[in-house]
Design a protein around this ligand. Structure first.
Ligand code: ADP
Ligand code: MG
Length: 995
């Protein structure tokens, strides 16, 4: 009721928007009519005129009607011309329709334009791209694959070039010089991952600004935005390399145990399910026996949710209902203890909905019969208390004992984690469904699209667990050099827009996460598609048989059919069945984009049958062949409802483009995942309880609605998972902004010495404070001594204890010390090669950042993992993650500063310079320096850091054992008005920086 009201309301809101656009559309068409009188040269001159007007302060929006008119007029002039697109010649035959103009306005305003398949979104994008490229910044368009980036940029390129605007596209294999040139053009097409990876390389890896390829994150239109921001966004982009030290792999060690445990469980489950089924088949079942059977079924469900016999038992509506009821009852708080006992009879418990697996006590004992504590987290807090209380231990021994306890804790928690990933790998990840094994590698299959996602890995050890299960080489643990989620990459754009056939169902998500509102654009011609009710069957087999029959009949009539499947496996099953029935067909599963596009073009021809996973052939629309219209157009068959309604709509949308006829129908079975998981105990199952025999078909509009509400539930669940992920990622994102900000200014500064001295000053200030200088006073002799030691081992300033003692004015002291370091540095500059100094300084900053940032990324990943385990307690893991993550970040900044201090005087542009400096400074050092502390120079000569190239000029770790100083941070390293790196969204001064 409420939802239909909202729908009506939102429908009105879309119409309102469209009405608002009408006068602008009229204006565009009016201007375009005038432009028809211009010569080609005069039209082209408009581009320069627009650019000049923008330079004089005219806004893009004010220019919209004229710019759109120019683009439309260019399209008109191209009509009838032969144009080359991806080595094929075709005739240009498009002039923007009015609805396309509206779509263009929507995009320019930074919204999502929902336009059905075949409405010509490729052409729509030319309008805002042309307009937004006029101010000299890089306008970008994101496509779902490389092939489409090339196709669309070449195709639409004819229009842009006509107007004197340059366009380029990014392809996977391109070298950076070519990439830079492509980004340098006015408009750039490319995929989300290419754009994202380029960003990471530019900001996390490039060591010279000449190596950076992107120039702007200004305006970006994401084509098929739902696919990219919702489906793809689940796996982050990661640039990684081998980790420096190889760690022992718990997976190989734990695998044999887990494999045999899984076998034990299988045996137990088979036994239980057999018992249940024997009981249920008894003629006069007592209430008690019935209950026993139900409990056994539930246990099977908890232990192996996909057990075949269990699925078959559930085909009987009565047993299914019994199981559902028991399930609900047992999960009520009331039966908590009993459920626990019940789970303990299994070796492990699988939570299919939440994708989790937990070991029971029994499982633990089976795996490690002699070590009852093997997979139990040590209670660190209590252990520490015990150590503290132990009077027999010296303080050093206590520290030692604590360190040992801590490392024991880490080993155990790593093992628990690996174990649970292995259990998941065995119980929930099925070969050829979730992944395939190719050339000795485990390759992820995208569950939505069936696409093989080569190069991507499941995070958090799951990938290694599956590798262990499949006995393939377990890839070495890698270190993350740079990472960003697709969400956060796109949130960097000043203006983001999107287009797709299906955004409405995810409108809330787009709004909440990207601040993007969805506008439905009416179709050019009314849509006359017929969506039939779903047909529901008892078993998968029945369902597939019905599909084959329908396809066969359609082919006999000559009507083309597109069969959509959810997984690659399903498309293969169907293909085999069709083959057996003599139906000629083509299978697509999104592996070869270009061929696919060509096949999809033919999918609307008379008599053709095409099986496709959701992603296959996206971006190419299906045009009807001759005589097909009379046969009712394309027939789209769905073989399973997807978790998300959007994907179903996408499939339906493949037919009835531009006013064509077309029909869609979904075939479902009670064995489908969605039906199994979410139709439990509601109205639908009650309907189905009525005698539903093998092979029988059920069809009712009520059912459609009921399935839809199940989908909505899953959608919401998935949305909150994604949102949660993003909240975690936000923490790192804020930190990345700070780090990349510093890194980038070092990259772009001719002489980044300013950054270096800022860092030095901060470090000094913090050390002076720690030593007890400043307001509170209280610098002790020993604290001053260690400060002096530190100073002299890092900078050739020859500080002395007595000149620091009794200094009251903190600021003056700080200033004086910084100046002394600056003076020393000026001396160094005088002997260095001036041309190379900038590079050297840059190297010092970047090297310090990269080294520690990469380490930090690994630590943050580990933190994520351990926080997950900690969430058993009362604390909110996200809050914990934020505050711990902030602490880590502070440490990171400390380390970076420290390394910069260490490297400054130990790096040189070449050996001569280094020796010159040594000669000059050692003279002055001998004149004033105390013998007590080693000087920076002395240690530098030991470390032999100088060499010919700046690349290897900096020394690694300090050679000198530094005096131990505990550093407490009290001064902010982040600007007080900057957003707090903890990710709270508040200003630093109001959050972690609050005094
Ligand atoms: P979408 O991405 O919206 O599904 P496409 O951009 O792939 O649609 O375009 C689908 C087809 O419609 C293409 O073959 C294109 O040539 C055609 N088309 C688009 N706009 C027009 C137009 N204004 N006039 C004629 N044909 C058009
Ligand atoms: Mg398209």
């Amino acid at each position: 009721m409420l939802s239909s009201l909202i729908q009506k309301f939102s429908g009105r809101h879309h119409r309102k928007y469209v009405e608002k656009c009408r006068p602008i559309v009229a204006r565009i068409n009016e201007i375009e009519l005038q432009y028809q009188q211009l010569t080609d040269e005069q039209l082209r001159a408009k581009t320069d005129e627009f650019k000049a007007r923008i330079a004089q302060g005219e806004t893009l929006t004010a220019l919209l009607p004229e710019a759109f008119a120019a683009a439309k007029n260019a399209a008109r002039r191209l009509c009838g011309r032969q144009v080359v697109v991806c080595d094929h010649e075709l005739t240009w035959d498009m002039v923007h329709f009015d609805v396309q103009l509206i779509g263009g306005i929507t995009l320019h305003e930074g919204r999502i334009a929902e336009m059905a398949t075949g409405e010509g979104k490729t052409l729509v994008a030319t309008l805002p791209l042309y307009l937004n490229a006029l101010n000299g910044r890089n306008a970008q368009l994101v496509t779902v694959n490389d092939y489409l980036a090339r196709r669309d940029s070449e195709w639409m390129g004819h229009l842009y070039n006509f107007l004197g605007i340059t366009v380029g596209c990014i392809q996977q294999q391109m070298h950076s010089e070519v990439r830079r040139e492509m980004y340098g053009r006015d408009i750039t097409y490319g995929t989300a991952s290419e754009f994202g990876f380029d960003y990471l390389r530019d900001n996390g890896m490039a060591t010279r600004k000449e190596d950076q390829v992107q120039r702007d994150h200004f305006f970006c239109i994401v084509d098929e935005i739902d696919s990219i921001l919702v489906d793809e966004a689940r796996t982050p982009l990661i640039i990684s390399g081998p980790a420096p030290i190889e760690r022992e792999q718990p997976f190989t060690r734990l695998k044999p145990g887990v494999a045999s445990l899984v076998n034990d469980q299988l045996r137990l489950i088979n036994h239980l399910v057999k018992e249940a089924s024997d009981l249920l088949e008894k003629p006069n079942l007592t209430a008690e026996e019935k209950q026993t059977a139900a409990m056994k079924m539930l246990q099977v469900k908890l232990g192996m949710p996909k057990n075949k016999l269990l699925l078959r038992l559930q085909e009987n509506p009565e047993w299914r209902k019994l199981l559902d009821k028991t399930d609900v009852e047992m999960h009520s708080d009331f039966n908590k203890d009993e459920l626990f006992k019940f789970k303990e009879e299994l070796y492990f418990v699988i939570d299919e909905k939440n994708h989790q697996a937990d070991l029971s006590e029994k499982g633990r004992m089976t795996l490690r019969p002699t070590e009852p504590d093997a997979f139990v987290m040590p209670d660190l807090a209590n252990i520490f208390i015990d150590i503290e209380k132990d009077a027999s231990l010296s303080p050093e021994q206590k520290d030692q004992a604590k360190r040992e306890a801590q490392s024991q804790y880490e080993v155990v928690s790593e093992d628990i984690h690996a174990l649970s990933q292995l259990l998941r790998a065995y119980a929930l990840y099925e070969r050829d469904v979730e992944y395939v094994v190719q050339d000795g590698k485990v390759v992820i299959v995208d569950e939505n699209t069936g696409r093989i996602m080569s190069g991507r890995r499941w995070s958090d050890g799951l990938h290694q667990a599956v590798e262990a299960k499949e006995n393939v080489n377990i890839e070495r643990e890698t270190r993350t050099y740079a990472t960003v989620t697709i969400q956060n990459y796109f949130r960097m754009y000043e203006k983001l827009a999107g287009m797709t056939g299906t955004a409405e169902t995810e409108a809330t998500e787009f709004n909440e996460i990207y601040k993007l509102s969805v506008t439905q654009i009416p179709t050019n011609k009314p849509c006359i598609r017929i969506d039939r009710n779903d047909s529901i069957f008892k078993t998968r087999r029945d369902k597939y048989n019905a599909v084959v029959k329908q396809v066969q009949e359609a082919q006999q009539r000559g009507q083309p059919v597109l069969v959509g499947t959810v997984t690659v496996e399903q498309s293969e099953v169907l293909s085999r069945m069709l083959k057996r029935s003599g139906v000629i067909h083509t299978v697509l599963n999104a592996k070869f984009h270009q061929q696919e596009a060509e096949i999809v073009t033919r999918a609307g021809h008379r008599g053709s049958v095409t099986i496709a996973t959701n992603m296959a052939g996206r971006g190419t629309d299906i045009k009807l062949g001759e005589g097909v219209r009379e046969l009712g157009g394309l027939f789209v068959v769905g073989t399973e409802r997807h978790e998300s309604r959007r994907v179903d709509r996408q499939l339906r949308g493949r037919c009835s483009r531009q006013g064509d006829p077309g029909t869609t129908k979904f075939f479902l079975s009670l064995e489908d995942d969605l039906m199994r998981l979410f139709l439990q105990g509601n109205l639908a199952s009650r309907i189905m309880e009525g005698a539903m025999a093998e092979g029988e078909e059920l069809e009712h509009s009520l059912l459609n609605r009921s399935i839809e509400s199940a989908q909505k539930k899953v959608e919401q669940q998935n949305f909150s998972i994604r949102k949660r992920l993003l909240q975690y990622d936000d923490v790192l994102n804020k930190q990345r902004e700070v780090i990349y900000g510093i890194r980038n200014s070092a990259l772009h500064d001719e002489r980044p010495k300013g950054i270096i001295f800022e860092m030095i000053e901060e470090e000094l200030a913090s050390r002076l404070e720690t030593a007890g200088f400043g307001e509170k006073g209280g610098a002790t002799a020993s604290s001053i001594e260690s400060l002096v030691g530190w100073l002299n081992s890092h900078f050739p300033v020859s500080a002395k204890v007595d000149e620091l003692a009794n200094r009251k004015d903190f600021d003056a002291l700080l200033k004086e010390l910084v100046e002394r370091i600056q003076k020393a540095y000026a001396l160094k500059e005088s002997v260095e090669d001036p041309a190379a100094l900038g590079g050297l300084e840059r190297y010092i900053v970047i090297n310090a950042i990269d080294h520690h940032w990469q380490e930090h990324l690994t630590e943050m990943e580990e933190l994520r993992r351990s926080i997950g385990l900690r969430s058993y307690g009362q604390k909110d893991p996200l809050v914990e993650y934020k505050s711990e993550g902030f602490r880590f970040f502070e440490e990171l900044m400390n380390n970076v500063r420290l390394q910069i201090c260490t490297s400054l005087f130990r790096s040189a542009t070449n050996r001569d310079a280094f020796e010159n400096l040594f000669a000059i400074l050692s003279r002055s050092a001998q004149l004033q320096g105390p013998a007590a502390a080693p000087t920076a120079l002395a240690s530098a000569t030991q470390s032999q850091s100088a060499s010919g190239s700046t690349e290897s000029a900096a020394s690694g770790e300090p050679e000198v054992k530094l005096p131990t100083v505990t550093i407490r941070r009290e001064t902010p390293k982040v600007g007080r008005n900057d957003p707090c790196p903890c990710g709270s969204g508040k200003k630093y001064k109001n959050c972690h920086g609050a005094a």
